[in-house]
Structure formats: structure tokens, C-alpha cells
Design a protein around this ligand. Structure first.
Ligand code: ADP
Length: 385
């Protein structure tokens, strides 16, 4: 018997899950280390309905990984962690599938840091930490960009001079682990008719949509970075690049200020001035909260039309992510008046968050996504090979 650990590292948090390896890896525990980089990092482990917590004091990613090992070891009956799977935001043009990580691959991934400066360094810090805490384990990288490598050139490029494309300024697309999971689920649910033409709306704190045909990504709303497309909790989504020129020339803003604005102060938070959390906005009586939701829904509907056009029609629409899975209001408002596209939903099924909520020609599904499960299966496959 052996175990698989999955790691999903952000700037100040490290989410993890522990699986028992087997034909289908079995989830045994989940947890999170919060406040990494502060003096008061905090570890949570949830298993078999119980929650354990530990105060770690000052902790970087390396200390966080050691603490995860410490808290999990007593529950593993002496069996080893044979593989560690890492969510890595950027695989550039190098990876269209998971890869067993070594020093050469790590340095190639390090060269992609400028393409994802807020995520990639933390992902790689977790890989280094895991390599030292689990020196005998196979380390597997699973890339959020990999699922989209199948996109045709027209959705891979911008209309910049070609030399920029050659330099890597392309539309990579993200949330690929979630789309991979959803595609697998659609196959499992309905193998005959499965996902001929599907749009998936992954609506979490980060949000994107993807048009999938025959199981392959054709177009997505996120592009070069995780800023494009839909408005998100605190990110702007689609923005006329002329706005940036104006902010630089007229407002005197520099690189760091603009980065902070676009990643942390826009989206639902910026529009509402209240919160980045959809639950709070739905509960708020204020006009600004309503307008933020109006804009959010409007952009999803607009992208839905464009993505369906990119794949020549639509058989299935899937909602996933914290908002997609839980907000009946957002789902209802996205689908409202979309009968012309074959989209109609049953209010009761929608309110209940049923697996299928549609009454029209397009099957509308709510699927709980599972990015960790995708990582665990990739590690299991690497171990079997
Ligand atoms: P992340 O991208 O960080 O994994 P999640 O997928 O957990 O984020 O999504 C977080 C979002 O889901 C938040 O905006 C939160 O308000 C929203 N959310 C969670 N539950 C509900 C709910 N019951 N109703 C509306 N929104 C919800």
C-alpha cells in the first residue's frame, strides 16, 4: 500500500489532499495551510469527519510541506507517500499532459515565471519543498494550460506581429485540470452522446469558460494570463488594452500599481466596492452589489454566445466552481431568455442544484469539479508506469 499527496500552492496558502493509491485513487484526507509567509501560519487536516488544526508560527512553503507530512504520517500506518502531484499553473508550450518532474523540467518551468508571476513561483516553491520532504517519491506536475494545447492557431494567437507569438505571447488558457475532470465526467455519464459540443463555465474565485468539441479544447476565455475573459472575484477580465495606455500616460501609473489593480482590486470587488464573495453580493441590498452581479452575468452570457459560435453549436452547458456549483441565482440569470439557443432550465431543479437542470435541447448540468482527483490519477498513472 502507498499514498499519493496532491499540492496546490498559492502565495499564502497550500491546499493538499491525501489519497490511497490503487486502480482508482481513494481520497483519505484534505487540508490547507493558510497564512504562509506570515508569523502565524495555520494548518488544517480533515479526515473521517474530524478536523485537526495546528499553529505553525512563521512558515514558508518548505515548513508547510514538513508540517503536512508530520500531521498525516500517524494516519498512514507506516505506508510511504510514493508520489506527489503538483498543480502548476503554467506549462507554456512545453506540456500538453502531466510530466514527471526533474531538475531540467524545473528550470524550464522556472523560465515561465514571467508568464504567471503571481502563481508559478509558489507552485515551484512547493515542488522544491516536496522534493526535499519526500526524496523517494515521484513528483508529477499537472499543468492548468495543458488541456488547451489542442486549441487551433486562431485561438492561440493575438493579432500582434508574429515575432511576439514566437516569443510566447499567446493565448494559453487556464483551469485545464477542471476542464479535464469535467470532460472525463461527461464521458462517464454519457459515453455515447457525450461531449460533442460543450461549453463549461468554471466560476470560482478565478473564472473562465471553455468551448470543447469531441473532448478537446477549442477556445477559452482566459488568454496569456489568468486576467482575461470573465470578471472574477478581484480580477478584471476582458479589458481594452487602451485602458492600460491611458492609466500609464494620464494617471502616471507604473507596472506594480497596474498589476495590483488588475489582479486584486477589480472584478466583483472593484465593481461592488463591497466584496469579492458572491454570497455576500447576493445577500446585499445595495445597488452596487446588484450591478456587479449584472455585469458578471452579462459577460458570461456574451462569452457563451461566442464560444458556442466557435464550436458551431451547443449540446451541453456545464456549470462548475464555487459559484457555478452553488449559485442558483447566477445559473438562472445566465440561462434566462436563452431559449433561442436551446437553453431553458427548470427553476426547481436549478434551486436544488440537481445534476441536470435543463428542459430545452441543450443539456445543462451542474458538476462538482475535482482538480485534486485529476492530479491524483496522473500521479497514480506515473507510478504504474
Ligand atoms: P477558488 O477559485 O478559490 O477555488 P471557489 O471555486 O471555492 O474558489 O469559489 C469561490 C466562490 O464561490 C466565492 O465567490 C463564493 O462566494 C462562491 N460561492 C460559494 N458558495 C456559494 C453559494 N452558496 N452561493 C453563491 N456563491 C457561492
Amino acid at each position: 500500500m502507498s499514498y499519493i499527496l496532491t499540492l496546490n500552492a498559492g502565495s499564502s496558502s497550500l491546499k493538499y489532499a491525501v489519497y490511497r493509491d490503487g486502480a482508482a485513487p481513494e481520497l483519505r484526507a484534505v487540508g490547507q495551510v493558510d497564512r504562509i509567509g506570515s508569523e502565524a501560519a495555520h494548518l488544517v487536516l480533515k479526515r473521517e469527519g474530524e478536523t485537526e488544526t495546528r499553529e505553525l508560527g512563521a512558515a514558508d512553503h518548505a515548513r508547510a510541506v514538513e508540517a503536512i507530512l508530520d500531521i498525516c504520517t500517524p494516519h498512514m500506518q507506516g505506508a510511504p507517500v510514493a508520489g506527489v502531484g503538483h498543480r502548476i499553473v503554467h506549462g507554456g508550450t512545453l506540456f500538453d499532459r502531466p510530466a514527471v518532474l526533474n531538475a531540467d523540467i524545473l528550470s524550464a518551468l522556472h523560465r515561465l515565471v514571467p508568464l504567471a508571476p503571481l502563481h508559478q513561483p509558489h507552485n515551484l516553491a512547493a515542488v522544491r519543498a516536496a522534493m526535499s520532504a519526500f526524496p523517494d517519491a515521484v513528483q508529477v506536475g499537472c499543468f492548468d494550460t495543458a488541456f488547451h494545447r489542442s486549441q487551433p492557431w486562431v485561438d492561440d494567437t493575438f493579432a500582434l506581429p508574429r515575432e511576439y507569438y514566437d516569443k510566447g505571447i499567446r493565448r494559453y488558457g487556464f483551469h485545464g485540470l477542471s476542464y479535464d475532470y469535467i470532460t472525463g465526467e461527461l464521458d462517464r455519464i454519457d459515453a455515447e452522446d457525450h461531449h460533442r459540443r460543450t461549453v463549461v463555465a468554471h466560476l470560482g474565485n478565478g473564472a473562465s469558460m471553455c468551448a470543447i468539441k469531441g473532448g478537446k479544447s477549442v477556445a477559452s476565455t482566459m488568454g496569456f494570463t489568468a486576467l482575461d475573459g470573465l470578471p472574477m472575484g478581484t480580477r478584471c477580465g476582458q479589458l481594452d488594452p487602451g485602458v492600460l495606455l491611458y492609466l500609464i500616460a494620464q494617471e502616471g501609473m507604473g507596472h506594480h500599481q497596474i498589476r495590483d489593480l488588475l489582479y486584486h482590486k477589480c472584478g466583483l470587488l472593484g465593481l461592488s466596492g463591497i466584496s469579492n464573495d458572491m454570497r455576500e453580493l447576493e445577500a446585499s441590498p445595495r445597488r452596487e452589489a446588484k450591478e456587479a452581479i449584472d455585469y458578471y452575468v452579462f459577460r458570461i452570457r456574451r462569452e457563451l454566445g461566442g464560444l458556442a459560435a466557435a464550436i458551431g453549436g451547443l449540446e451541453t452547458l456545464v456549470f462548475c466552481g464555487g459559484i457555478g456549483e452553488n449559485s442558483a441565482l447566477v445559473r438562472a440569470r445566465v440561462c434566462e431568455g436563452m431559449e433561442w439557443m436551446g437553453i431553458a432550465i427548470d427553476p426547481e431543479a436549478n434551486a436544488a442544484g440537481a445534476d441536470v437542470i435543463s428542459t430545452g435541447a441543450v443539456t445543462v448540468r451542474v458538476i462538482r469539479t475535482d482538480e485534486e482527483g485529476v492530479i491524483a490519477r496522473a500521479v497514480s498513472a506515473a507510478l504504474a508506469a
